[in-house]
Design a protein around this ligand. Structure first.
Ligand code: 4NP
Length: 161
């Protein structure tokens, strides 16, 4: 079992998009039993709120339905997940701070796996939800490819048990 938490600032745009996109990729490959997938915000600003409607509409245009209620990440959440995948450098510093700098080996920018390590621009400010979608989708695809190659033993274990 591999646990993955996607993290952005508000948890109403980018990280719930990443959560639902990654869940769909995993489901398409029949890998759901091997994963626990969630998302969080570094702030409590949007706590209790659903996915921001323009983000939800963008997901639906790509045939990805789904719901999420925003919540702030805690140190316990960081300890309890194998991979913490943040959207930008501000999220990275915020998560490191919440973790007390104790978990840096499992915290990555999502686009580290595409090779460019770029920030996923916040569509709350840019209003470019399609750009956020494609940048997130590419990160999710490359992250899953990385796991299938580098964490093969986790999937083989789940198949046997
Ligand atoms: P997100 O976008 O971090 O991708 O969910 C934001 C959503 C809300 C706010 C900022 C960013 N806000 O200031 O409330």
């Amino acid at each position: 079992m591999i646990s993955v938490a996607f993290v952005c600032l508000g948890n109403i745009c980018r990280s719930p998009m990443a959560e639902l996109i990654f869940k769909k990729l995993v489901e398409e490959r029949g890998l759901n039993p091997s994963f626990k997938i969630t998302s969080f915000g570094t702030s409590d600003w949007e706590e209790g709120n659903p996915i921001y409607p323009p983000a939800k509409r963008t997901l639906e245009r790509h045939n990805i339905p789904g719901e999420h209620i925003a919540k702030q990440i805690s140190k316990r959440d960081i300890l309890n997940n194998d991979y913490i995948l943040v959207m930008d450098t501000n999220n990275l510093f915020a998560v490191l701070s919440i973790s007390g700098d104790s978990c840096s080996e499992k915290i990555f920018k999502l686009r580290a796996f595409t090779g460019d390590n770029s920030d996923i621009a916040d569509p709350w400010y840019t209003l470019n939800f399609e750009k956020a979608y494609s940048d997130i989708e590419e990160g999710c695809i490359k992250f899953l490819e990385y796991l299938l190659k580098e964490r093969k033993e986790a999937f083989d274990y789940d198949k046997r048990h």
